[in-house]
Design a protein around this ligand. Structure first.
Ligand code: AP5
Ligand code: ZN
Length: 211
């Protein structure tokens, strides 16, 4: 299956992508994760992306599109994938359609995770990530064993003023994607409020992959 996950910052895209990709046996491709790995590795790509990420802005399309095209060309993505955080504007969505078209395949479904601004702010303010394992926790909803551990960090773009800007960028640049995929008849909307497992079941049911 070829899927994209759309939704505001903190809607739970990364959390759901991990579980759904595993359940469907397809790779999870998260542009945010790839950028963050490059930032921490100090690569040229990371250097290009860092200032945009810290400001809560989108990384320029040419950088992002090339990175995704390279990733989708890898063998493990040939039979399916779940994209988390890409596309993020209609330009990227058109580029993705072009990449798939050239490969002679089509996108199956765009899954939109719907959550209010209040809820995503709550989720982002409590998010903590483990340095050693990369696991994402929430201080209240999925608490780590030791919330004061030095192993935990807060993402640099989860500062309240950056979160506010990321939400504006979502509304202006990413939300129009919903209409783009609706017109293609590929959009399913999922209520992202509730337990993680409930949201997963809703998503699997909507894409016709429920057990
Ligand atoms: P990216 O990493 O994609 O960030 P984002 O879209 O802002 O989304 P988040 O990762 O903040 O949230 P999420 O929806 O994954 O939520 P999560 O599952 O972690 O992008 C970061 C930056 O990279 C961008 O700002 C941009 O600069 C750049 N970038 C990335 N892609 C790009 C692109 N295509 N083009 C250009 N630039 C790009 O969950 C959040 C918290 O909530 C966690 O603590 C989790 O435990 C908790 N939680 C999850 N589900 C639930 C639930 N059901 N109930 C309660 N808590 C929950
Ligand atoms: Zn994420």
């Amino acid at each position: 299956m070829r899927l994209v996950l759309v939704g505001p910052p903190g809607a739970g895209k990364g959390t759901q992508a991990e579980i759904i990709a595993e359940r469907l046996g397809i790779p999870k491709i998260s542009t945010g994760d790839i950028f963050r790995a490059n930032v921490s590795g100090g690569t040229p790509l990371g250097l290009k992306a860092k200032e945009y990420m810290d400001a809560g802005e989108l990384v320029p399309d040419e950088v992002t599109n090339e990175m995704v095209a390279d990733r989708l060309a890898q063998d493990d993505a040939k039979d399916g994938f779940l994209l988390d955080g890409y596309p993020r504007n209609t330009e990227q969505a058109k580029v993705l359609d072009g990449i798939l078209d050239e490969a002679g395949v089509v996108l199956d479904t765009a899954v939109e995770l719907v959550a209010s601004d209040d809820e995503v702010v709550r989720r982002l303010s409590g998010r903590r990530v483990s340095k050693s394992t990369g696991k994402v926790y929430h201080l209240e909803f999925d608490p780590p064993a030791d919330p004061d551990s030095d192993d935990l960090y807060q993402r640099s773009d989860d500062k309240p003023e950056t979160v506010k800007h990321r939400l504006e960028v979502y509304a202006e640049q990413t939300a129009p994607l919903v209409g783009f995929y609706e017109k293609q008849g590929k959009l399913v909307e999922i209520d992202a409020i509730g337990e993680v497992a409930e949201v997963t079941e809703r998503a699997l049911a909507a894409i016709g992959a429920a057990e």
